[in-house]
Design a protein around this ligand. Structure first.
Ligand SMILES: *Cc1c(COP(=O)(O)O)cnc(C)c1O
Length: 395
């Protein structure tokens, strides 16, 4: 660290310089995040110092968090509990705001583990969970942190998890299942209803990872069921900082019943509240404000328009790519496209080097992965297609 402080001017001239090294999402077709809505940014600034780690001091930010969880609960059909259930704060709110999908997934599995070891089931040496082969890499972290065995079920030809494979992996030490509603690589939705049936039959928890899909699927023309409407779904991860257009870090974890949160409780002797069920201690109240603001501002109508826009771009890319012989691996379910192309790795390299496009690659099979986000425009898509054509011709 320097001995003497630099002037604001010096610092900002450096920061602005460095910022130019970041891509501003222009020609980015590989990201599940985007520019936050300007309303979210304003709200974030207004609550910049609020710490949700100490709820008693930040009653306003706490109220906003509760409102966001209520809105998300409604979106995901969580409110239809007949007997109200309460967590240890006496609150009927059924979740909390996390830093993103990774934390939500970690906490969901931690909850499963705590509840399963609290006597619901006799466990052998290592508890296991069954997840789809297509699950996000955050589950590798789950395995590492929690000493849980992760069993990966095969996918069917549509890149949905094969429920027969899931069933074959369940044994006496299985504590839960995971389904993905909008997987990161293909944008595919697992058969959540079938997984839920398996979960109920075997008395297992079922966590749905809708980190990306949570702000997409409900706004599609024909949304397929994936949320608490399905009996057997016990928790859901949904990320406002992806298609929710909120600021980073805004994730959320919701449980079917608020009492599930109690399985994550630790005592917090020197804070204004007696217990905490979050993974992080100090927690951004700004995220709560940002998410509240953008959800209220856009409403269902705004999010529907947002999803329609991204789907139009998606359909356009697929339609045009077909004209020069590239088929998608699956008919896009949401705004993610996996294109079968010759030599995807080389193509990715050339698209970046020659034309500045950021695209990514699916692991198995290797294909060109494109995510069409609100920062992309119809014109970008046209230019991209032309550049793709040029790159293809040279290969
Ligand atoms: C993005 C994503 C995650 C991880 O979320 P972070 O916010 O990056 O922690 C988890 N699961 C799915 C399906 C995702 O798309």
């Amino acid at each position: 660290m320097n001995d003497q402080g630099l002037s604001e001017k010096e610092i900002f001239s450096y920061l602005e310089n460095v910022k130019s090294e970041d891509t501003d999402y222009y020609r980015v077709l590989s990201s599940m995040c985007t520019h936050p809505h300007k309303i979210a940014v304003e709200a974030h600034r207004l609550f910049i110092e609020a710490n949700l780690g100490d709820l008693g001091l930040f009653a306003g930010a706490r109220r906003l968090e509760n409102e966001v969880i209520k809105m998300l609960g409604e979106l995901l059909h969580a409110q239809a509990v007949e007997t109200p259930s309460y967590n240890s704060y006496g609150s009927s709110v059924c979740g909390y705001l996390t830093t993103g999908g990774t934390e939500s997934n970690i906490q969901a599995v931690r909850g499963m583990k705590n509840l399963a070891t609290a006597g619901r089931k006799k466990l052998g040496h290592t508890p296991n969970i069954v997840i789809p082969e297509s699950a996000h890499f955050s589950f590798d972290k789950v395995a590492d942190i929690m000493g849980i065995e992760i069993r990966r079920a095969l996918l069917d030809s549509e890149f949905k998890v094969d429920t027969a494979s899931v069933e074959s992996l369940i044994d006496a030490n299985t504590i839960g299942l995971v389904g993905i509603a909008g997987n990161t690589e293909f944008g595919q939705i697992d058969p959540i209803e079938e997984l839920a049936k398996l979960a109920l039959e075997n008395e297992l928890f079922l966590h749905v990872d809708a980190a990306f899909g949570g702000f997409v699927i409900p706004f599609l023309e024909n949304p397929c069921p994936f949320d608490f409407k399905i009996p057997g779904v016990t928790s859901i991860a949904i990320d406002p900082h992806k298609m929710g257009l909120s600021t980073i870090p805004s994730g959320a974890l919701l449980f079917r019943s608020p009492s599930f949160l109690d399985s994550l409780k630790v005592d917090t002797p020197y804070l204004t509240t007696k217990a905490q069920f979050t993974l992080t201690g100090t927690r951004s109240g700004a995220s709560a404000a940002a998410t509240y603001a953008v959800m209220k501002h856009l409403g269902r109508e705004g999010y529907t328009k947002n999803v329609q826009y991204c789907m139009q771009l998606t359909n356009k890319i697929v339609e045009e790519a077909r004209k020069f012989g590239f088929e998608p691996l699956i008919e896009p379910v949401m705004n993610v496209v996996a294109l079968k192309v010759p030599n995807p790795d080389l193509m990715r390299e050339q698209l970046l080097e020659k034309f500045g496009w950021n695209v990514s690659i699916t692991r198995d099979p290797r294909s060109l992965r494109l995510v069409l986000m609100p920062h992309n425009t119809a014109r970008d898509v046209e230019e991209f297609l032309q550049d793709l054509k040029k790159v293809t011709a040279e290969l």
